[in-house]
Design a protein around this ligand. Structure first.
Ligand code: PAF
Length: 280
């Protein structure tokens, strides 16, 4: 596996693949890799002859009071996992490669009505930060395909919008959320949970499943389902940020007879903000 730290080297390697007509599948990450990431990599490897992974903890997508400094950085172990997974190249740029001067991290890419609702409402600027870095990474790595996990459902829609608005020549592929055996969605942030919080955490997915069953039974209004779920989570010690039934295509508020639905949740457990969702 080649380890690449500069934009120039990364572009040169991608150019060399492209000259040989070798398609590139790309998995952008912030590192601290878990089996969910490895599934993304394995999927990438089935889609193109060359697989590139990036690890960059992107300061632009963290708010002032968020966990940028504390975000787990485990580069040695990540490298080992990616070697084992037969990745062709790992791109680990330093902060000043991606944001070389003061103005370069002032770029804003917002999609009103999509990037400023739900997680975007609670984390202002978060999805702009994601869109800015993903655009930089796509322009540098020049992939044909990029793979993302459905756990970050709103992020996936923001990235699809980014690709459409900027006409980026990248196909976006998603894979279902990988879960622990008790249902908890895999996430680097699960490592922040205390032992006791970890026991409670699977209730998030359980509550989503219950809401899905209620939706399917069509016996209760959406708002009642949301309210009940909020109560269940609050009683168990969560501080729900939102529990929301939305249109799965654009996250707008759906009519009661809408069929294309996704249920999304974000909730704090202690200091850890967990998110999850379920497609109907
Ligand atoms: O999902 C993530 O890990 C990040 O948001 C991403 C897409 C790598 C951008 O920093």
């Amino acid at each position: 596996m080649q380890i690449i730290t500069t934009i120039n080297e990364m572009k040169a390697l991608s150019d060399s693949f492209r000259k040989k007509n070798e398609r590139i599948a790309f998995v952008p990450t912030m590192g601290n890799l878990h089996p969910g990431h490895i599934q993304l990599v394995e999927r990438a490897e089935t889609l193109a002859p060359k697989t590139i992974v990036s690890i960059f903890v992107n300061p632009l997508q963290f708010g002032a009071n968020e966990d940028f400094d504390a975000y787990p950085r485990t580069l040695e172990h990540d490298r080992y996992l990616l070697e084992l997974a037969n990745v062709d190249a790992l791109f680990t740029p330093a902060r000043n490669e991606i944001y070389p001067d003061k103005n370069s991290n002032k770029e804003v890419i917002e999609f009103p009505g999509l990037s400023d609702i739900l997680c975007g409402a609670s984390r202002p600027g978060h999805f702009s930060g994601v869109a800015v870095v993903v655009k930089h990474l796509f322009e540098t790595v020049q992939p044909d395909i990029a793979i993302f996990g459905e756990k970050d459902y709103q992020q996936v829609l923001v990235i699809k919008k980014l690709v459409a608005e900027y006409d980026l020549p990248v196909e976006i592929i998603t894979i279902p959320t990988q879960r622990e055996s008790d249902g908890l969605a895999m996430s680097s942030r699960n490592g922040y949970l205390s032992e006791q919080e970890r026991q409670v955490a699977p209730l998030l997915y359980k509550t989503l499943c219950q809401a899905r069953d209620q939706l399917r039974a069509k016996a209760v209004h959406f708002s009642e389902i949301e309210q009940q779920a909020n109560e269940v989570l609050t009683k168990a010690g969560f501080k729900p940020d939102y529990f929301s039934i939305r249109h799965s295509g654009d996250l707008s508020e759906p009519a009661e007879d809408e069929k294309q639905l996704v249920i999304l949740v974000a909730a704090y457990l202690g200091k850890t903000r967990l998110i999850d969702n379920i497609l109907i």
